[in-house]
Design a protein around this ligand. Structure first.
Ligand code: SF4
Length: 502
C-alpha cells in the first residue's frame, strides 16, 4: 500500500461512538476501548453520525440479548445509507454468544470477546480491508487489560483494575464462565497506574475487581489487598481511595485494619449480602452465612464508626420460601445499610441456578421485592436523617441531580459516598467538578442529602488539582488552550454557568 504524500489530501479521521451496557467493569472496559480507538486515530463522534459504533455488552441482565439485537436492528438503515459505517460488538454477551451474533445480525463487522479488547483496531482494519466480518474470541486473557491505553471518563476520579475474573462459582452468576479465573495484576503495576492518574489530576481512585479481597491469591500473598490499600495511603495527592467489590467469605480483619488506619481510604464499604437465608446462601454457593455477614459489619463499625455500608440483594432465588425471604428482611433490618442494589432474580442462561426446577413465580418475586424496597428505603431515609446537622466534605461531581435546573443546586459525594445536593450561597465561589466543598447537611431523603447553607459562613470551597484538570479537559474539548498555570487561577468567567451539563 502506498503511503500518502505531502500533496495527497488527508482523509478525515473516522469517528466513533461506544455504547456501554452493564456493570462498572464494562464501563471501565469502555474507557479502554475509547483509549485504544483514539490511539489508533479515531475521534469521538460527539453527537454526529459516527463511522463506527461499538457495543460493549452485558450478559448478566434479563433480556440482554433482545436489547442488543434491537439496538443492532436500529442501525440497519444507517448502514444502508453509509457503506463505510462499521459496527463492532464486544463484552460479555459477545464472549457468550460468539458466532450467534453474526448469524442473527450479519451486518455486524467485528465481534470480539472480553479477553482481547486490544485486538479491536486490528479487527476493524481487517474487516474493512477484507470486506468480511471478523470474529475473535479468546478463552483466556492474553494481556492484562490495564496495560491498554485508556481514556478516562472523569478528570477527578478514576477506576483501576486490580484483578479480573473470579474463582467463586455463585450459582446465579455468569461472570466466572465469561471472565474466567481470577487474574491478579502485580501491585507495582497497580500503584504505577494510580500514581499516573494522580499526576494527571485525579484525587479519587476506585480499585476494581470481581472479588477484590481475594487479590493476591494468584501470586501467593493473602495479605496483598490490605497492603495495597496501605500503599495507596502513601501516594501524595490521592485524597480518596475506594474499592469494589469485596466478598463476605474472604473479607479479613487485616483489610478492616488497613481501612481504619489509612486516612485516605474512605469510610465506605460495599458488602454484597445477596440473601439473608443461610439455606439460600448455600444454594447460591456463597460460602458465608448470615451470622458471619453481620459479624463483619459489627467489626467494620467498631473500627470505622461512620462507615456507610451498602449491599446487593437478590429477591426470589429459585426455591426461596416466605421464611427465607423473612430472613433476608431480618438481616436487612439489622444491617442498617445506607443503600442497597436490589434485584429480582431472573434466569440467566448458562448459570446453574437457571436450571433449577423451583423457580419462584414472577408475582411472588414482585411482591417480595416491593416489601424489601419499602423496608430498605425507610432505613436509608432514617440513616440519612441521622447525618442532618453534620458537616461534610464533598467532592464536587460533574453529574447533577434531576431537579438541579429548578433548584440550582450542584452535587457532590461525601467521604462516605453519600450523594449531597448543595446550594452555592449568593456571592460565594462556584466550585468546579473535582474541587471540594465543605457544607452542613440540612435535609435528607432516602437517596440523597441536601445542604442549603444560610450564607457564605456555612460554606467553604477548596480548589483542587482535579478542578484544574477539569478546566484543562474542558478547554481541550472546545479547542481553547488551557490557561497557563491553571492551578490557583480563576477561569475566565463568560457569564455562563461554570458547571457544564454532561
Ligand atoms: S463472587 Fe460470585 S457473584 Fe461475584 S463475580 Fe464471583 S461468581 Fe459472580
Amino acid at each position: 500500500m502506498s503511503s500518502p504524500t505531502a500533496l495527497s489530501p488527508q482523509p478525515a479521521p473516522r469517528s466513533y461512538e461506544v455504547r456501554t451496557f452493564g456493570c462498572q467493569m464494562n464501563v471501565h472496559d469502555s474507557e479502554r476501548i475509547t483509549g485504544l480507538l483514539e490511539a489508533a486515530g479515531y475521534v469521538p463522534a460527539a453527537g454526529a453520525e459516527p463511522d463506527l459504533v461499538v457495543f460493549n455488552t452485558c450478559a448478566v441482565r434479563e433480556n440482554a440479548d433482545n436489547k442488543l439485537y434491537g439496538n443492532l436492528g436500529q442501525l440497519v438503515p444507517a448502514k444502508k445509507r453509509n457503506k463505510d459505517l462499521q459496527i463492532a460488538v464486544g463484552g460479555c454477551l459477545a464472549q457468550k454468544d460468539q458466532d450467534t451474533i453474526l448469524q442473527k445480525a450479519p451486518w455486524v463487522d467485528v465481534v470480539f470477546g472480553t479477553h482481547n479488547i486490544g485486538s479491536l483496531p486490528t479487527l476493524l482494519e481487517r474487516a474493512r480491508h477484507n470486506d468480511e466480518a471478523q470474529i475473535e474470541i479468546l478463552e483466556s486473557l492474553e494481556v492484562f487489560p490495564s496495560t491498554l491505553p485508556t481514556k478516562r471518563d472523569s478528570a477527578y476520579s478514576g477506576w483501576v483494575s486490580i484483578s479480573v475474573g473470579c474463582n467463586n462459582t455463585c450459582t446465579f452468576c455468569i461472570v466466572p464462565s465469561l471472565r474466567g479465573k481470577e487474574k491478579d495484576r502485580r501491585p507495582g503495576d497497580v500503584l504505577a497506574e494510580v500514581r499516573a492518574l494522580v499526576e494527571q489530576g485525579a484525587v479519587e481512585v476506585t480499585l476494581l475487581g470481581q472479588n477484590v479481597n481475594s487479590y493476591g491469591v494468584e501470586f501467593g500473598d493473602r495479605g496483598a489487598f490490605a497492603k495495597l490499600l496501605r500503599a495507596c495511603g502513601g501516594i501524595e495527592g490521592l485524597e480518596r481511595v475506594r474499592f469494589t467489590s469485596p466478598h463476605p467469605a474472604a473479607f479479613t480483619d487485616d483489610v478492616i485494619d488497613a481501612m481504619a488506619e489509612t486516612p485516605n481510604v474512605m469510610p465506605q464499604l460495599h458488602m454484597p449480602l445477596q440473601s439473608g437465608s443461610d439455606r439460600v446462601l448455600k444454594e447460591m454457593r456463597r460460602s458465608y452465612r448470615s451470622t458471619k455477614f453481620l459479624g463483619i459489619l459489627d467489626k467494620v463499625r467498631a473500627r470505622i464508626p461512620d462507615a456507610a455500608i451498602t449491599t446487593d440483594i437478590i429477591v426470589g432465588f429459585p426455591g426461596e420460601t416466605e421464611e427465607d425471604f423473612q430472613a433476608t428482611l431480618d438481616v436487612v433490618a439489622a444491617s442498617r445499610f445506607a443503600s442497597a442494589y436490589t434485584f429480582q432474580y431472573s434466569v440467566r442462561p448458562g448459570t446453574p441456578a437457571g436450571e433449577m426446577a423451583d423457580q419462584v413465580p414472577k408475582a411472588v418475586v414482585q411482591e417480595r421485592f416491593e416489601r424489601l424496597v419499602a423496608l430498605q428505603d425507610r432505613i436509608a431515609a432514617e440513616e440519612n436523617r441521622a447525618v442532618v446537622g453534620r458537616q461534610v466534605e464533598l467532592l464536587v461531581t460533574a453529574e447533577q441531580g434531576r431537579k438541579s435546573g429548578q433548584t440550582h443546586r450542584l452535587s457532590g459525594r461525601a467521604r462516605d459516598q453519600r450523594l449531597v445536593h448543595f446550594a452555592v450561597p449568593e456571592g460565594a465561589e462556584t466550585p468546579r467538578p473535582g474541587d471540594f466543598v465543605t457544607v452542613t447537611v440540612t435535609g435528607a431523603a432516602a437517596y440523597h442529602l441536601v445542604a442549603d447553607p444560610r450564607g457564605p459562613q456555612d460554606y467553604a470551597v477548596r480548589r483542587s488539582r482535579a478542578g484544574d484538570a477539569w478546566d484543562r479537559q474542558e478547554a481541550a474539548s472546545c479547542g481553547v488552550p488551557a490557561a497557563p498555570g491553571a492551578a490557583g487561577s480563576r477561569p475566565v468567567d463568560l457569564g455562563m454557568p461554570s458547571l457544564p451539563v454532561r
